[in-house]
Design a binder for this molecule. Sequence first.
Ligand code: ZN
Length: 455
Amino acid sequence: MLWNSKGKPNAFLKVSYSLLAKFFFFAIAPFFSITAATVVLDPGHGGRYLYPYRLYGDKFDKASGGYLDRYREGARERGIYESEWMYALAQRIKSYLDKTLLPKGHSFFKSLLARYGKAPSKIKPVRSFLSRQPSYYVNYYKRREDLNEDFRLFDYENWRTGEKKLGTISRINSYCPELVVTLHLTETKVSPKGGLASVITPGYTTFELARQYIMAPENERSSFAQAFEKTPYANWFISEGGYNAWQSFLKDAWIYFTGYAPEKNGLHPKSWRGLRHNLISWSYAEDSEGIERPLWQIEGRFWERERSLAEKWRREGGEEGYGGDNFFASQQLLRFIRLGLFLNKVDSARSLPEIFPPYISTWAVPTFVNAVSAYLEVAHLGSKRDFQRISRHLEIYAQSISVGIYYLFYPFPLHQIKIQDRPLPKGVDFDKYREYPGGNYFTAVGPCWGMNHGP
Ligand SMILES: [Zn+2]
């Protein structure tokens, strides 16, 4: 008899329901809820540079129905395609992290951690997702109408059907991740020894120096330029020939605030480049459709977010002295790569790739996600030694980054190894974002519809 006379489930069934609920929370929930650490692995690029970029590029401009920027297909060096190799790296990292999800993978994962330190007795789950599909040449014929369809960073409309499509940044945010690990290779020329570097974007207070400079009367401007020189960001990334760091910073600040690239003096708008925070699907887009937007508008949801404490934590100050948790998380993972190369005897303590100063600019992924963003240049392909390392030892990069990701969530004591730039004995404080006033900062980025896709 399952139902009592009043048509309600009897005690036996009630017990079963509660058992079922318990089973859900302890056995199934780690896969389908935010109780597990959630990471998006974000291999760079994936599409192809095609001319003309108005038809095939990235940053879709609704007003003109074309793209505002060329598609950036990434580095290529002697048979190594960045987009393909970073996809393979992300897949391998995921296959390691997936070992944390089921008890039968725990002993394997523990033995991996044990190479780096004293492995914890209990492995905790780290769920990971990839931000994109394999690069365009997989399923080339199926894709040939629009090779960049699945690889644009920003949202766009299908040119034939008008259907709205999500870009990679919106897809990342749909998982409401706590950590995003972006993986790139670069062709930037460095010493033959090669090296590793973080990619970071500063917070609002730094960009505000540019806005103040532009707004100020001419005779008061120089104080803001001098203030910028004193910040840790003065070594700004130079993306345009003939520009210095200050001019590059001004240009990027214009794009950040107004969507316009300025003239070289940084005082007047020149060309429309798109207001990036409105080119993605998330809870901070401005709903100013049809309303003339003031050029220097700094009110509204996105700008409140930019000036929030959480963004300050992500992008300013912190363990490294600047760059916030984003820079700290990035540097920790780079230190784990060094540790991995040393422990696996790829390098001696002296031949290890050094960690270069970060690439600082207004990069899209670290700016437009609420997760802690670790953005890594894992090798400089122009360097012979780096080329060898990445082409022969991709598995060691995958292992060390996986261990590093686990460590950022759940730090454990590392072996005392005498090399420079060892990981600092500390993880990222994710709880301060989870317990953010007004609700979990990671899930505030938008509806988390990607969460239930499963690993
Ligand atoms: Zn790249």
